[in-house]
Design a protein around this ligand. Structure first.
Ligand code: ATP
Ligand code: MG
Length: 305
């Protein structure tokens, strides 16, 4: 049996000269949390819109739950949920009215009162859409994406604009969705979020897929070395540390000595050497590579909102 619920082969979508999606191929397994990350304008939203039947693509093939999002869009909409990066509903609609309205679009629905409680919006059920904060609107759109009891949920920019506490509760919600057997495809600009939540991550840049793997594999393949940083009094004896096996580079930057290591044993040797040097040690830190390093190494771009 094919366990893929999403299969994308050589997807292309150009807007005039702009190659928004330029031949992307990937598949998503049932029950997976699949992340799409990439710089602004990389083609994440366009890809998600093509998968969710919101946008016609130029060529390639897309299959979601054994349906074609273009020709079977009506059937597909019953089985998927989509939270768009940018959406609006009428200002004078109350939250409860919006949930009731969206419930009427599906044959099978979840209890919208439960959803509002889970998303911390229950107290706001009688508030007008126009009176909600950015984060509350975002949470409402997530609730609306889930109302139809979807098998596959597309979440474009999952937690942008949310405070740290709201982000954490959304992560919990997404994990619960997975435990219920749903498949989640999300895009995010937060690398910590992608690293924590996603089983696999596709990195796209300029409409092309540049890497696809689990967070830990991406980090070990593209994350680079572990960094040890500290301050010492006096001159940093860089050459002295460079002789330690496993030390890959040494740098004296803004009164901070930074040493990159490829082996854990090198860290022990650095500590021993520092002890012997007797140069007054301060702010010793060990920083393993993260998905943020992967993103920077692959795209050459620092992650920004
Ligand atoms: N409706 C449109 N008409 C013309 N060009 C578009 C349209 N939508 C997107 N584009 C262009 O296609 C490219 C990909 O855009 P897309 O919104 O898919 O990127 P993204 O990865 O979601 O970016 P972001 O991180 O900013 O959300 C960009 O160059 C964008 O300007
Ligand atoms: Mg986008």
């Amino acid at each position: 049996m094919n366990s893929n619920v999403v299969t994308v082969i050589d997807l292309m979508k150009h807007y005039g000269e702009v190659k928004a999606v330029d031949g992307i191929t990937f598949s998503v397994k049932k029950g997976e949390i699949f992340g799409i990350v990439g710089p602004n304008g990389a083609g994440k939203t366009t890809t998600i819109e093509c998968l969710a039947g919101m946008r016609k693509y130029d060529s390639g093939s897309v299959n979601v739950l054994d349906l074609n999002p273009v020709t079977d869009s009506k059937l597909l909409k019953e089985r998927i949920g989509l939270q768009q990066q940018e959406s609006e509903i009428p200002d004078r609609l109350k939250i409860s009215e919006a949930m009731l309205l969206f419930s009427s679009f599906y044959h099978k629905v979840l209890d919208w009162t439960d959803l509002l409680k889970q998303l911390n919006l229950w107290e706001k059920r009688d508030a007008y859409f126009s009176s909600l904060s950015g984060g509350q609107k975002k949470r409402l759109f997530i609730a609306m994406a889930l109302i139809g009891d979807p098998e596959v949920v597309f979440l474009d920019e999952l937690t942008s604009g949310l405070d740290p506490q709201a982000r954490r509760s959304i992560w919990e919600l997404v994990k619960n969705l997975q435990e219920q057997g749903r498949t989640i495809v999300l895009s995010t600009h937060y690398m910590d979020e992608a690293e924590k939540l996603c089983d696999r991550i596709a990195i796209i840049d300029s409409g092309k897929l540049v890497a696809l793997d689990s967070p830990s594999n991406l980090i070990s393949m593209y994350g680079g070395f572990t960094r040890v940083s500290f301050s010492v009094k006096g001159k940093f004896p860089a050459d002295f540390f460079a002789r330690i096996p496993g030390v890959e580079s040494t740098k004296d930057a803004d009164d901070k000595c930074i040493i990159e290591v490829s082996k854990k044993s090198a860290i022990v040797e650095i500590v021993k050497a520092l002890d012997g040097l007797n140069q007054g040690l301060d702010s010793f830190q060990i920083q393993a590579a993260t998905l943020e390093d992967v993103f920077l190494n692959i795209t050459g771009i620092e992650v920004r909102d």
